[in-house]
Design a protein around this ligand. Structure first.
Ligand SMILES: *[C@@H]1O[C@H](CO)[C@@H](O)[C@H](O)[C@H]1NC(C)=O
Ligand SMILES: *[C@@H]1O[C@H](CO)[C@@H](O)[C@H](O)[C@H]1NC(C)=O
Ligand SMILES: *[C@@H]1O[C@H](CO)[C@@H](O)[C@H](O)[C@H]1NC(C)=O
Length: 361
């Protein structure tokens, strides 16, 4: 059984004419956001072809059938409006989102970029909410020029494989807060083979357990981050595995930041085989004094950072940077192991505090 669905009129007449078991279509091709949102729930194999999403609307794929495959074809674009988005929403169980060769999801972010990101200026739409996603995979997508944050991930057993995010045009054109992957409230997130060029965190984990980032390349942004942790509804980060990744031309290499005065916990954090190149601020930075708008310089102890294992962080930082900056409250960083850290260039930090035994600044 194989139907190509080309419009809502076709859906209506088919539903009216066919017995109930025929309404289940094996394959559906949609060329508009409205068709996709209405039809996605009755298709196991959804094709989104050259969709131009109208201004101020979300390409809403949250009703995807259990086990469905959604494939982007051609170029997906979005009309211009100053609003908070998101431009695309995925949700579901056992779904796979992928693309045909050569396809691109183009946010044309330059229409919003004004160097202010989410801190002011134009209201900018977030790009992709992958919330309430369970045992699902998003793979091989090519995404470019996000207005602000790219992926917000929330779910269980979510795989994000071989995703390319190219916001490099924003380096010169005012892109800001273009985080690639924001993760919160999740159990089991696996981001493998990501290739990111952006102007903020490559990965930011606000909360969650069992979060993996492997074989990634991050360029132009703020590095691979845990945090900021604290002040949200979930303030626990546990069991994070970051390995075999490269961070280049970025403010930081790897970073953990917890909010000044907040409560929560960060534990079981594993870094292995991370290569740094041309890092402008800190190669490794772990700080318990963070505030958006400027860290206080005075670490607090309400979000302890425990069981941190660093096994191989190598490469170099820029001349003005510090290889390692560790700012902990009294007793609030503990049980760390620290091996194979060899970062050349830059100047040793004179501001480290309460460095746990095992680590060194
Ligand atoms: C997770 O992120 C989404 C989008 O950024 C946000 O709406 C939600 O409040 C966050 N949840 C928590 C627990 O921080
Ligand atoms: C310290 O960390 C190790 C693993 O690195 C873990 O096995 C052990 O349980 C931790 N100890 C405490 C007291 O958390
Ligand atoms: C540290 O890395 C440099 C190259 O950047 C290398 O020459 C040096 O031998 C390394 N040191 C250790 C202790 O591995």
């Amino acid at each position: 059984m194989h139907f190509q669905l080309l419009g809502l009129a076709a859906l209506g007449s088919l539903a009216a004419a066919a017995p109930a078991d025929l309404v289940e279509r094996a394959s559906c091709t949609f060329t508009s956001a409205a068709q996709a949102a209405a039809g996605v729930q009755s298709c196991s194999n959804v094709i989104l072809r050259n969709i131009q999403v109208p201004a101020g609307q979300t390409l809403d794929l949250t009703k995807a059938k259990k086990g469905a495959t959604i494939t982007f074809e051609g170029t997906t674009t979005f009309g211009y409006k100053e609003w908070t988005g998101p431009l695309i929403r995925f949700a579901g169980t056992g779904i796979t989102v992928t693309q045909a060769p050569g396809a691109v999801i183009d946010g044309q972010g330059m229409r919003w970029w004004d160097t202010k990101g989410t801190n002011g200026g134009k209201k900018k739409p977030k790009f992709i909410y992958a919330h309430k996603l369970y045992s699902s995979t998003i793979k091989g997508l090519h995404i470019k020029n996000s207005p602000v944050q790219v992926f917000s991930v929330q779910g269980n057993e979510v795989h994000l494989n071989d995703i390319t995010i190219d916001n490099s045009a924003g380096d010169k054109q005012g892109g800001h807060n273009t985080d690639a992957f924001d993760v919160n409230d999740s159990n089991g997130v696996y981001i493998v083979g990501a290739n990111v060029k952006n102007q903020d965190d490559c990965l930011a984990i606000n909360s969650g357990t069992n979060i993996h980032f492997n074989r990634g390349t991050c360029s132009g942004g703020h590095g691979i981050s845990i945090g900021s942790v604290g002040g949200r509804s979930n303030n626990v980060v546990k069991d994070v595995f970051i390995s075999d990744s490269t961070v280049v031309d970025s403010d930081n290499g790897i970073r953990i930041k917890t909010i000044s005065g907040a409560t929560g916990s960060v534990s079981g954090i594993h870094y292995g085989n991370i290569i740094l190149k041309n890092i402008k601020k800190n190669g490794i930075v772990i700080q318990q004094d963070y505030l958006n708008g400027g860290p206080t310089g005075k670490p607090t102890t309400g979000v302890p950072i425990t069981n941190v294992n660093v096994n191989g962080v190598t490469g170099s930082v820029a001349g003005s940077a510090t290889p390692v900056y560790l700012l902990c409250g009294k007793g609030s960083c503990s049980n760390w192991t620290w091996k194979g850290v060899n970062i050349s260039g830059g100047k040793k930090s004179s501001k480290c505090q309460n460095v746990p035994s095992g680590a060194s600044c």
